[in-house]
Design a binder for this molecule. Structure first.
Ligand SMILES: [Fe+2]
Ligand SMILES: [Fe+2]
Length: 199
């Protein structure tokens, strides 16, 4: 009886392990595909000095503006796929990468005062900066200009802009709460579950 029980347990553990490996493989494949798409449509942005320079400016929590923009681009692609929305991937990715192209540290005393109202004005500043360096399509401009809706009052005009607006809000919330991948709380959670398994 005891042997039967142990064999059953081993079988169940093996099944659980196979499911976990499959899930991890699927996630890794998805991550590779997202990276490929970002490279395909946004290499020039990803390699530019100003974009790389935004790594030194914090956006939310401990996430830099550069990491946040890449994360928003990836989540926009995932959201479009999940909702089954066919959209222009090039515009979606480039708009998402440039949506916070304001190029300053908004936490500095110079920019974070109430009188500066970063939340209201940075889409306009990002659009102006992006236009100086890149030839933007109407959709890309709409994404950058309206991503802070409803703060920007006028709603987005294209589905790509709606998707980036939603992805931006999701990423901002996760980053603020440190729940994004690699965030403090998610790391703590993983450590806790590992300890729990050892017991
Ligand atoms: Fe923004
Ligand atoms: Fe953003």
């Amino acid at each position: 009886m005891k042997k039967d029980k142990a064999a059953k347990q081993r079988k169940a553990n093996r099944k659980k392990w196979i499911r976990k490996v499959r899930k991890l493989r699927k996630k890794a494949k998805q991550e590779r595909r997202l990276k490929e798409l970002l490279k395909q449509y946004g290499t020039d942005i990803l390699k530019s000095d100003n974009f790389l320079g935004s790594e030194k400016n914090i956006q939310h929590g401990n996430v830099s503006v550069m990491r946040h923009s890449i994360s928003v681009a990836k989540h926009s692609l995932l959201l479009a796929k999940h909702l089954g929305i066919r959209c222009n991937k090039r515009d979606l990715i480039r708009g998402a990468l440039l949506h916070d192209y304001f190029l300053y540290d908004w936490h500095s005393a110079e920019h974070c005062g109430l009188h500066n109202l970063h939340g209201f004005y940075h889409p306009g500043i990002a659009l102006k900066n992006a236009k100086k360096e890149y030839r933007l399509t109407e959709r890309q401009s709409d994404i950058i200009k309206k991503h802070m809706w409803p703060l920007t009052v006028v709603p987005p005009r294209c589905k790509e802009a709606w998707i980036v607006t939603m992805a931006d809000k999701y990423c901002s919330l996760m980053e603020t709460l440190h729940l994004h991948r690699g965030g403090k709380r998610s790391l703590r959670k993983r450590k806790k579950s590992r300890l729990h398994k050892k017991k």
